[in-house]
Design a protein around this ligand. Structure first.
Ligand SMILES: [Zn+2]
Length: 281
């Protein structure tokens, strides 16, 4: 699933190609994609200019004139591409945005069909409960704010990192890489982490997310992620644990393990990331 670095890369590749262009029409090719706003909402976009494109958590916002916003969640396989108007469309195209200049059209493609779209009116953070519920951005929150989020939770640290209401944008890949970078076992109770471990976690999360944005995200076979220009990411070559089960740890040589934690596959080094100590009976 595209996470913060992938959605950020998509937003950055999309922005210069759509900002300032006037929408001629929006074609919905797969009805369940649109969860809010209805066809009327899409029709109301006609003649409006795209003002800006931005990311919040794992969601991508296309803000248009008159306070109208399209909010996309790419889920597993959602992607954007540009194509000449009238050129053949493959069967996985779910939505098309045409522009008045007719240069090209923007297509939303989603093989697995888990992605969704909200068509909002008004300030997006107010009009959308999904956006309002998101925790702070991991590249914006400070160490005290991050520490408060960690200490307030009884659950496992891996589940906390994945909880979008606590911290927005981190998914399975970057949670595993962050935990390895901080030498914290994914099953460690979040509230049991000492200040040093919390700081290691904070610094690892920021370093890894920033490096992944710089590399254009991670492209794995299952998501087929590409930015809006069709470029694959490069950060998959820097993964230390994710997708490396059975391969030697790059630090100590111990085979990387995979285990389900909170229903999600977790990749970690059993030696570099010590399991939490059980309390004495
Ligand atoms: Zn190791």
């Amino acid at each position: 699933m595209p996470e913060l670095p992938e959605v950020e890369t998509i937003a950055r590749s999309l922005a210069p190609r759509v900002a300032g262009r006037r929408i001629a029409g929006v074609e919905l090719l797969y009805r369940p994609l649109l969860r809010r706003g209805g066809r009327k909402g899409l029709e109301a976009l006609r003649g409006r200019r795209v003002v800006r494109v931005r990311r919040r958590g794992k969601m991508l916002l296309v803000e248009c004139e008159g306070g109208r916003t399209l909010v996309f969640h790419l889920k597993m396989t959602g992607q954007f591409l540009f194509a000449a108007e009238g050129s053949p469309r493959d069967k996985h195209i779910r939505l098309v945005v045409r522009f008045e200049d007719g240069r090209d059209e923007l297509r939303f493609r989603d093989v697995r069909k888990f992605g969704f779209l909200l068509c909002l009116e008004g300030e997006p953070e107010r009009a959308c409960a999904e956006l309002a519920a998101l925790g702070p951005e991991p590249l914006e929150v400070g160490l005290p704010g991050f520490a408060a989020i960690i200490k307030a939770r009884k659950g496992r640290v891996k589940s906390l990192l994945l909880d979008q209401r606590r911290i927005a944008g981190v998914g399975n890949i970057y949670a595993d890489e962050t935990l390895f970078g901080a030498r914290v076992h994914p099953e460690t109770p979040a509230s049991s982490l000492g200040p040093e471990a919390v700081e290691r976690l904070f610094r690892a999360m920021r370093r890894i997310l920033a490096a992944a944005v710089e590399a254009g995200g991670s492209t794995l076979a299952d998501s087929g992620y590409r930015d809006a220009d069709g470029n694959a990411g490069g950060f998959q070559f820097d993964h230390k644990v994710y997708g490396r089960a059975g391969e030697p740890c790059l630090v100590c040589g111990t085979p990387i393990r995979m285990k389900r934690v909170g229903g999600r596959s977790s990749h970690f080094c059993p030696r570099c990331q010590r399991p939490p100590r059980r309390r004495a009976p």
